[in-house]
Ligand binder design. Structure first.
Ligand code: 5GP
Ligand code: SF4
Ligand code: MG
Length: 456
């Protein structure tokens, strides 16, 4: 998911700004979008299933627009917990003794179901199956505490990988899990308005510059007195490796490490670890481009434009069924004449189920490639993610049930190799990133209960 929030002491069209911010974060989730805006008195919210541009046309945006808007938040969603239902769209809003609150959330709380069960036993009500509602309930139930103290206490109770923006009528709040697994950055515009977002690309979209990353375990808030910060509880910093491998935009920099440059380094590393003789290096667009540039650079084998990506197609993994995913691959990718008669090194960021990869290898062979050497800029994904990246259930992960040789055969490549864990770490920022989906070492814990839809 992607989150965005803005606080402005001077009148700014925050409905429009939030729309722009979410548009820049669309790659982080295409299932649902939502915006909340307040002017200190009124509190408007609109959300629905669909892309930002589908949910918000001119008329819909007008319904959240306020002349003297002060605070806003927004969310783009793909479902990790809770099904893809309209009532699970975010921001979630609720009325409390602290006034109306809105929350937008990226990631997962691994103990949300235990906490939710405890709250239900005390008589709490839940409207959704979304674990963000657990956070909102924890905050709302601390009736004697102010919003900031209540939020800090809720952060101490919930574990996992998460980054959230929260708003009242007068405050914008942001916070990041103790391991900093999920990203959150702070920006500011020349007019003084504060912005919080999952990625810097959303700051630039609203004319703000990057001030800094929110630190692991840090709670920040913006109000009429400016920006404030409180360290709640920090642990070992283990940001999600997948942000650099695949998820974040190449023009973003997270925790001081450029996404594009790290992808180039992954490709260079892969070329050193897994060399092969061939004629051209071809990326699977768009997420394989950075690594293919690096592979070509380090190997001396020319980069070429062997696959065209239809820019109007979305990300294939969002399609809900296997058949839908397979048809979407052809909607999205087709080979160019560059591959005819060539030995191709094909570079992609990851192999999840293996189905897309198989079709792409097939497309290249049909187009006349004589050999296809598949190189992957992440290690084999063998474990599920519990921190908000939907890398599919374990039984669907091809690398959890097959050896590399079996995967090679399955996808029909001449050779297949993955980057090493150490090589990946080096390409990102040295030791410390979360690699749990590759090695099962979960820095922020794992869930005890995990069937949300069976609970009340
Ligand atoms: P596969 O061959 O595993 O079907 O698809 C691999 C390609 O699709 C890669 O480019 C990868 O980025 C993307 N992909 C497919 N499914 C998923 C998924 O469930 N999660 C993520 N993060 N990426 C996926
Ligand atoms: Fe990222 Fe994988 Fe860790 Fe999930 S398990 S946070 S996808 S590195
Ligand atoms: Mg891809």
């Amino acid at each position: 998911c992607g989150v965005f929030g803005m606080y402005s002491a001077t009148p700014v069209d925050l409905a429009w700004m939030t729309y722009l911010g979410l548009f820049a974060l669309q790659h982080r989730g295409q299932e649902a979008a939502g915006i909340c805006v307040s002017d200190g008195e009124k509190f408007h919210v609109e959300k629905d299933l669909g892309l930002v541009t589908q949910v918000f046309d001119e008329r819909k945006l007008d319904t959240v627009r306020l002349a003297n808007a002060r605070v806003s938040i927004g969310h783009v969603r793909y479902s990790t917990t809770g099904s893809n239902l309209r009532f699970n769209a975010q921001p979630l809003t609720t009325r409390t003794n602290k006034g109306v609150l809105g929350l937008a959330h990226n990631g997962n709380f691994v103990n949300a179901l235990e906490v939710r069960k405890g709250l239900l036993d005390e008589g709490a009500l839940f409207q959704t199956t979304n674990d963000s509602e657990v956070m909102l309930n924890l905050i709302a139930r601390q009736a004697k505490e102010d919003l900031i103290t209540a939020t800090a206490n809720a952060m101490r109770e919930l574990r996992g990988g998460y980054a959230c923006v929260l708003m009242s009528r007068t405050q914008l709040v942001g916070f990041r899990d103790p391991n900093g697994v999920r990203p959150l950055v702070i920006g500011q515009r020349d007019d003084g308005a504060w912005v919080m977002a999952s990625e810097p690309s959303a700051l630039y979209a609203v004319g703000a510059r990057l001030i800094r990353d929110v630190q692991p375990g840090e709670l920040v808030w913006a109000d009429r007195d400016g920006l404030h910060s409180m360290m709640v509880h920090a642990a070992r910093h283990t940001p999600c490796a997948f942000e650099w491998i695949y998820f974040a935009r190449p023009d973003s920099t997270l925790d001081g490490v450029s996404i594009h440059e790290s992808r180039v380094r992954m490709g260079e590393q892969l070329a050193r670890e897994r060399p092969v003789e061939a004629d051209i290096v071809v990326p699977v667009p768009d997420s394989g481009i950075g690594a293919a540039i690096g592979y070509a650079r380090a190997s001396g084998i020319p980069f070429d434009y062997g696959l065209y990506k239809n820019p109007y197609a979305g990300r294939t993994f969002i399609a809900p069924t296997q058949e839908a995913r397979e048809l979407k691959v052809k909607m999205k990718l087709s080979p160019t004449s560059a591959v005819r008669g060539k030995r191709v090194i094909l570079i992609d960021d990851s192999i999840v189920r293996g189905t897309t990869s198989r079709q792409i290898v097939n497309l290249l062979r049909e187009a006349g490639a004589t050999e296809v050497h598949f190189r992957v800029s992440s290690p084999p994904i063998t474990q599920p993610c519990f921190y908000g990246i939907d890398t599919a259930a374990r039984k669907e992960l091809v690398a959890s049930t097959h050896t590399i040789e079996e995967i090679r055969e399955l996808i029909g490549a001449d050779t297949l190799s993955f980057i090493s864990e150490r090589g990946l770490e080096a390409a990102i920022q040295g030791p410390g990133v979360c690699l749990a989906c590759f090695n099962g070492d979960y820095p922020a814990g794992t869930p005890l209960l995990n069937d949300v839809d069976k609970l009340a």
